[in-house]
Design a protein around this ligand. Structure first.
Ligand code: FES
Length: 116
């Protein structure tokens, strides 16, 4: 789905890529992610739940949290932290820039092909 690259970022598509959807699965540099609308901002997250790998594209976004469809853990879309009572790692998030020329994913450390 990604259709352009610039140093440190990858263009995902037009600024209105999500349309009226709250969740959209995308493939970026071979990595399965989801775009999530969290209020006025958009964030990218890994698509597989860090618990047992459920497809988070089948989840829901409620009040700034992404709910996993399998066991109902939820993730804070500001930092990826999991809801109380769970002990697995946080959801990996990636910053999205909404610009006039489209949506761009910022590729920092930890993204495939980037320095660790
Ligand atoms: S697979 Fe997501 S909470 Fe268990």
């Amino acid at each position: 789905m990604a259709d352009g690259r610039a140093p440190g970022r990858i263009r995902l598509g037009p600024a209105d890529l999500l349309g009226d959807r709250d969740l959209l699965p995308v493939t970026v540099a071979g990595r399965q992610l989801i775009l999530v609308r969290a209020g006025a901002r958009i964030v990218a997250a890994e698509r597989a739940c860090p618990h047992e790998g459920a497809d988070l594209a089948r989840g829901r976004c409620v009040a700034g949290r992404l709910l996993c469809p399998r066991h109902r853990a939820s993730f804070d879309l500001r930092d990826g932290s999991v809801s109380p009572g769970w002990s697995f790692r946080a959801l990996r998030l990636f910053a999205i820039e909404a610009a006039l020329d489209g949506l761009w994913l910022r590729t920092g450390a930890g993204f495939p092909g980037q320095a660790p």
